[in-house]
Design a protein around this ligand. Structure first.
Ligand SMILES: [Zn+2]
Ligand SMILES: [Zn+2]
Length: 239
């Protein structure tokens, strides 16, 4: 049935009014992965799966808008739902930044170029252009492929995840007029990156609160050369 992406939160950098930060579910090949754990995503996750159904967590980097809800998941696993050995994958900085350490989390430190099999999915990591060590990831499973940019400036491209991505989720924190302000991408830069990588279907995410999603969609589509979607909570996309 391919790979299924569910948006748990899509706000860039800090939460908007009643909107969660970055977090996603990636499901396929009998495996459920919680990808990034920004504030609000633990609450939204439970509308789609139970906490017992999360097979593993993947964290792209240590910034709070991708990490903090892992603390609540640790409390739940340790004291309330009796889970043992919950695998968590991420860069060393994310592990060290987390308040909640130790069992039942099994931390697997990953870095640029690493490949890991998680259940039925094959993951490949690529370090991006961002102030803290940040890992984009490619997911292969059920004959399909999905790529996630995590946070990145324009010095990194989706091409680093390899060819043939059926679905890509790329950050687009702001519009072209803000390019260079931070090590993030504009919608134009995200669309260009996806076009160069030959992505089939593009979803933009990590839009900063206050930036018009419709303007993001238009600018991204013009650069991509085809329609794009802007991630919103509880949206689902199939690769
Ligand atoms: Zn971020
Ligand atoms: Zn960041």
């Amino acid at each position: 049935m391919g790979l299924r992406l569910t948006v748990l939160g899509a706000c860039g950098s800090y939460p908007g009014p009643a909107e969660a930060c970055s977090g996603y579910l990636v499901r396929g090949a009998g495996t459920t992965i919680w990808l990034d754990a920004g504030s609000g995503t633990l609450a939204n996750l439970q509308r789609h799966v139970s906490l017992a159904e999360v097979d593993a967590v993947v964290i792209s980097h240590e910034h709070p808008d991708h990490l903090v809800d892992l603390n609540g998941f640790h409390v739940a696993c340790k004291y309330y739902i009796d889970r043992a050995h919950v695998p968590v994958y991420g860069p060393v900085g994310a592990r060290d930044a987390l308040y909640s350490q130790g069992p039942p989390f099994d931390w697997h430190v990953v870095s640029d170029g690493d490949r890991r099999r998680i259940g039925g999915l094959e993951l490949t990591f690529s370090v991006t252009d961002h102030p803290a060590e940040t890992l984009a990831a490619r997911f292969d499973g059920s004959g399909r492929s999905f790529g996630y940019s995590a946070d990145s400036g324009p010095a990194w491209s989706l091409t680093a995840l390899g060819p043939g991505l059926d679905l890509a989720l790329c950050e687009a924190t702001y519009l072209q007029d803000q390019e260079g302000a931070l090590r993030h991408m504009s919608a134009r830069q995200a669309g260009t990156s996806a076009r160069e990588a030959g992505v089939k279907q593009l979803v933009l995410t990590h839009v900063r609160p206050g930036v018009d999603p419709e303007a993001i969609r238009r600018e991204g589509a013009a650069a991509f050369g085809a329609d794009v979607a802007v991630a919103a909570e509880h949206d689902e996309y199939l690769a």
